[in-house]
Ligand binder design. Structure first.
Ligand code: FES
Length: 114
């Protein structure tokens, strides 16, 4: 990984499939290594959503906050395009329960019971 947080996957001509980086963890939450992603790409799954369904990448505790950009880099390098040209996977932010009273406008809140 570079000082700027970019993963160096191989040469500019594509993913170096013989690289020892196959063990590099891309998704820490689901423990998905680069090698598993490369194998799935070789099997024909080349979209972030497809990889998400196949490997569960991005479905861990952080909901892809950590691995989403890394996956984009892997797919971009595989396709020989810029990471900005890779359509990101759909994702949902982590969910927290919220009381209805928090969502209500001040005027709509029930009077306190004091
Ligand atoms: S690192 Fe992939 S879901 Fe958290």
């Amino acid at each position: 990984m570079s000082a700027h947080g970019e993963v160096k996957l191989g040469g500019t001509a594509g993913i170096d499939r013989a690289a020892p980086d196959r063990d590099l963890l891309i998704c820490r939450c689901e423990e998905i290594a680069l090698g598993e992603i490369i194998d799935a790409i070789d099997a024909g799954i080349t979209t972030p959503d497809g990889l998400k369904r196949r490997l569960r990448i991005g479905m861990g505790l952080c909901q892809g906050r950590t691995c989403r950009r890394l996956l984009q880099q892997v797919l971009a390098e595989h396709a020989g395009v810029s990471p900005a040209d890779v359509r990101p996977a759909t994702f949902r932010p982590p969910v927290r329960p919220v009381k209805i009273s928090v969502l209500l406008d001040e005027r709509q809140r029930p009077a306190s019971r004091e």
